[in-house]
Design a protein around this ligand. Structure first.
Ligand code: ZN
Length: 565
């Protein structure tokens, strides 16, 4: 009987409280340098959770990247943004490893990709899906070299593990990768939220930041607060690992009230379609105003994240008069180091109950309905469920600037913003674009689609927009040789390209009339051609480069050089 009970408890603890078992011995490290991280799995990023770990590469590029296990290459992509150059390997154990921001692919694979780039006449390849068995790899085989491709990223390897079938992303730490971490997470800030109109904290109706002090190693406390009604908390926290100063994400957050667990989430796994709900996990309004992320220890309506383990009343604490509450928030990293924050709460009667007046406008959003409104030639259209909550929208147009509520409200979906441009000439129209001006200093180009007298864009950001003009051509100049010169010893051509207004949309380079692959480095604002790609015939050669910006302004550079084979 005792044995049976033990078995039963074991069963309970593994299926309800434990996590899935992952193979910890199948995979080797993707690099052969010590694993030091610049980013952990699941850490909070803009509109998404980080899907892998970022392994530092000692500020270098070109380090060997090894296949972590036997398998075959299932996907390759070269893109200017996002993962940059990336390679996916499917393994027989049912998992896929992903290696991103690469500078180059390994022998064979590099030629395979270049062939497709020359065929498409484009640096960006889109997704390439080699057939199963077309590019087999062995554990420990060099499949690529580290880099910093994919936009404005520092050199590092972004490494991911996914479930091959479901594409769910899983914490690579669960596959046995070892990183030294003896440092406890750091708690930087705490916010207490009043969750209903009648909730009070220290007699206030609004949320507030609470200060705290250390009482012993890794344990902190606030002063006692008084409260009434449903309240919740939010915490600003980061984790440091040995050997680097990077502020990384933590693995789990728990909250206990009088010793009972009421909230727990951890970052074992999540899916890409859940990732957007990060904006409901964090205090989005605080983040968009102060750029600091407070993670709530209560789950709000519409939040469909599946990272939660044990929730009681969704982590909301309903404070009753005359009762005392020992609230404890425990933050852990993957290695098990913890920091604890205690918040003593006393339930009190609240005097001065006044009803909060809500601002109303003529533009009332009902979450489940489609809404479309126009003003002075500007139309906004919100599909069903664009918003997470009902609200009164602020919508105004002044001096050709449209104000669509505030960027502090997160959206579940994109909406459409349309400008009537019938009053502009064709020439003016060709240089106009829709700009977001939430940041007054830098109007940012919005992907502007043009249909006769209507220009429109789709966006998930509220705030201020206007029409702006870009009448400047992109700039192009030769970097490592002069026009009409001999460059027999050069192994490559470097050309600088840039555009001030809307940025570069595309470029095209030909050598003696044939398309050549010039790799675009966004950080250095340059494109590079390697002479080994193609055999030159004769000594005099013609280089032509065309660059187009996002509204269609183009510039062309023609250059001549001489080179002996
Ligand atoms: Zn990364």
């Amino acid at each position: 009987m005792k044995l049976l009970l033990t078995l039963f408890i074991t069963f309970l603890s593994t299926s309800f409280f434990g996590q899935k078992k992952y193979p910890t011995k199948d995979f080797r490290n993707p690099l052969d340098i010590p694993t030091v991280l610049a980013g952990t799995f699941g850490e909070l990023r803009t509109n998404h959770f980080h899907a892998g770990i970022d392994i530092k590469t000692q500020r270098k590029e070109g380090l060997n990247v090894y296949a972590v296990g036997d398998g075959y290459v299932s996907r390759i992509k070269v893109a200017l943004w996002g993962y940059g150059k990336v390679i996916y390997v499917d393994h027989p154990n049912g998992y896929t490893s992903v290696y991103a921001h690469l500078s180059k692919f390994g022998n064979g694979i590099e030629a395979y990709v270049k062939k497709r780039q020359y065929k498409k006449e484009n640096y960006e390849t889109g997704n390439i899906f080699p057939k199963k068995g077309e590019i087999p790899v062995k554990k420990g085989q060099v499949i690529a070299f580290t880099g910093s491709t994919g936009g404005f990223v520092a050199p590092h390897l972004h490494y991911e593990i996914r479930d091959t079938k479901t594409e769910k992303i899983i914490n690579p730490f669960l596959f046995g990768i070892k990183v030294k971490d003896t440092i406890a997470p750091k708690i930087k800030g705490l916010i207490v939220y009043t969750l209903t109109d009648s909730s009070r904290v220290n007699q206030n109706t609004n949320e507030s930041l609470l200060s705290f002090k250390k009482i012993k190693e890794h344990v902190y406390t606030t002063n006692r607060i008084t409260a009434k009604g449903p309240i919740g908390f939010g915490i600003n926290v980061y984790d440091q690992l040995n050997g680097a100063y990077n502020k990384n994400g933590v693995y789990s957050i728990e909250m206990k009230v009088n010793g009972h667990k009421v909230y727990h989430h951890n970052l074992e796994t999540f899916s890409f379609k859940e990732s957007k709900y990060i904006n409901l996990l964090i205090d989005y309004s605080h983040y968009s105003t102060y750029k600091k992320r407070f993670q709530k220890t209560h789950k709000v309506k519409r939040n469909q994240l599946k990272i939660y383990k044990n929730l009681l009343n969704n982590g909301v604490i309903n404070v009753k008069t005359g009762f005392n509450y020992r609230v404890e928030i425990i933050v852990s990293d993957f290695a098990g180091n913890t920091s604890t924050l205690r918040i003593p709460v006393k339930g009190v009667l609240s005097n001065a109950i006044f009803k909060q007046e809500k601002d109303t406008t003529a533009y009332q959003i009902s979450r489940g309905e489609f809404h479309k409104w126009s003003k002075k030639g500007i139309t906004i259209a919100f599909p069903k469920n664009t918003f997470y909550n009902d609200l009164f929208l602020d919508f105004d147009v002044q001096d050709s600037i449209v104000k669509i509520h505030e960027p502090t409200v997160p959206l579940n979906k994109s909406y459409t913003l349309t400008f009537d441009v019938s009053k502009y000439t064709e020439k003016e129209k060709s240089q106009l674009y829709i700009a977001n001006i939430n940041n007054k200093k830098y109007p940012s180009y919005q992907n502007t689609r043009k249909k006769k007298d209507k220009f429109y864009t789709t966006t998930k950001t509220l705030g201020k927009y206007t029409l702006a003009t870009d009448n400047q051509k992109p700039v192009i100049y030769l970097k490592n040789f002069k026009n009409e010169s001999w460059i027999t010893k050069h192994d490559k051509i470097i050309v600088k390209i840039s555009d001030k207004g809307t940025g570069i949309k595309s470029y095209r380079a030909t050598l003696d009339g044939d398309w050549i692959l010039m790799e675009y480095d966004l950080k250095k604002k340059q494109i590079v051609y390697q002479f080994k790609d193609k055999e030159l015939i004769g000594a005099k050669h013609q280089l032509k480069i065309e660059v187009e910006d996002n509204v269609g302004n183009t510039n062309i550079l023609n250059a001549t050089f001489y080179k002996k084979q």
